[in-house]
Design a binder for this molecule. Structure first.
Ligand SMILES: C[S@@+](CC[C@H](N)C(=O)[O-])C[C@H]1O[C@@H](n2cnc3c(N)ncnc32)[C@H](O)[C@@H]1O
Length: 301
């Protein structure tokens, strides 16, 4: 079981419960988290102790968590409007997109990919709260460090001829470089023309402003204690190189300093986004997916 997946869903549950006009309106997160996190989301005193006192220093991470999910779902909505008919959620954790979008059944096939243990737990919880698994979702157990994603997808009925949207959120930093490369190879092998990929990644330490380093270090210590150390970071151009190697070009980049402008505007109820995570949208190059010149925002490095 992934404790960071529970934490991420707990943050989404808290956001929906305690923020009016939520940026991500995830009504199912609270049902999928552990009883402890459900209590935290519902009980005002416990919420104050856990979210505001104990996790107070991490509020910028909470903001990144919410914004990356909203960003991915906005880009996914555009892709579906453009005709994309498959959605692969890599490192899905307790993601609830499929539960929140029953209207996509028969139109968009969703593949949730995660480590076998985490996925078994998720399926058990979805069955309990939903009375069964959504018919438009296929669960594909994969350990990115061991298994070939393209083979697992092929075995699960994925169609490599159909344009696909891939999201890979909250996960790349927990994987080794070889696992990231092999997963990108698999994505390239499985991605038809017009396919897109949204991911977030940990910024290389020298790109984090000095004043952001204490938070970055605190988070590293926390996730290590949870048994999920962060082992991969990127310079944006280096990540572009990894994606270019497998035929993907950047369409959009959202470094930390861009994130608030996109989604927070003058909201005062959310902390500024974390200084150490960036997210980006890539598309298959030379297949109608855009070129380097389409990038809206270029980051340092
Ligand atoms: C922080 S959670 C993010 C979950 C979800 N994407 C979100 O944003 O809430 C990290 C996810 O990556 C998955 N993960 C970590 N290492 C993995 C691996 N080697 N293979 C497959 N999934 C992995 C975990 O099981 C977990 O679900």
């Amino acid at each position: 079981m992934s404790r960071t997946a529970t934490l991420a869903a707990g943050i989404r549950a808290h956001h929906r419960r305690w923020h009016s006009d939520p940026i991500l309106n995830d009504a199912y997160a609270v049902q999928l988290v552990s009883p402890f996190w459900r209590q935290v989301a519902h009980n005002r005193l416990l919420n104050w102790i856990v979210v505001h006192k104990l996790l107070g220093p991490f509020h910028p991470i909470h903001t990144e968590n919410i914004l990356r999910a909203r960003y991915a779902e906005d880009r996914l909505a555009e892709a579906i409007a453009d005709g994309v008919r498959q959605y692969v959620i890599l490192g899905a954790g307790l993601d609830t997109y499929a539960l929140r979008h029953p209207e996509l059944a028969g139109r968009v096939r969703i593949f949730e990919v995660d480590q076998p243990g985490m996925q078994a737990l998720k399926k058990e919880r979805v069955r309990r709260v939903h009375g069964g698994l959504p018919a438009h979702v296929t669960f594909v157990p994969v350990d990115f460090e061991i298994d070939r994603l393209d083979e697992a997808l092929a075995g699960a009925g994925f169609d490599p001829q159909t344009p696909t949207f891939f999201s890979w959120l909250g996960t790349t930093y927990y994987l080794t470089r070889p696992a990231i490369r092999e997963t990108l190879d698999s994505i390239a092998a499985a991605a038809a023309p017009e396919s897109r990929l949204v991911l977030d990644f940990l910024l290389a330490r020298h790109l984090i402003p000095l004043e952001g380093l204490p938070l970055a270090d605190k988070l590293e210590r926390l996730v290590k204690r949870l048994g999920e150390p962060m082992v991969s970071e990127f310079i944006p151009k280096e990540l572009d190189g990894e994606l270019a190697r497998v035929g993907f070009a950047p369409l959009d980049k959202v470094p930390p300093e861009e994130q608030a402008g996109r989604y927070l505007q003058d909201r005062r109820d959310m902390a500024a986004p974390a200084p150490n995570f960036s997210f980006a949208l890539y598309a298959r190059r030379g297949m109608g997916g855009g070129t380097e010149t389409d990038v809206r925002t270029e980051t340092a490095g």
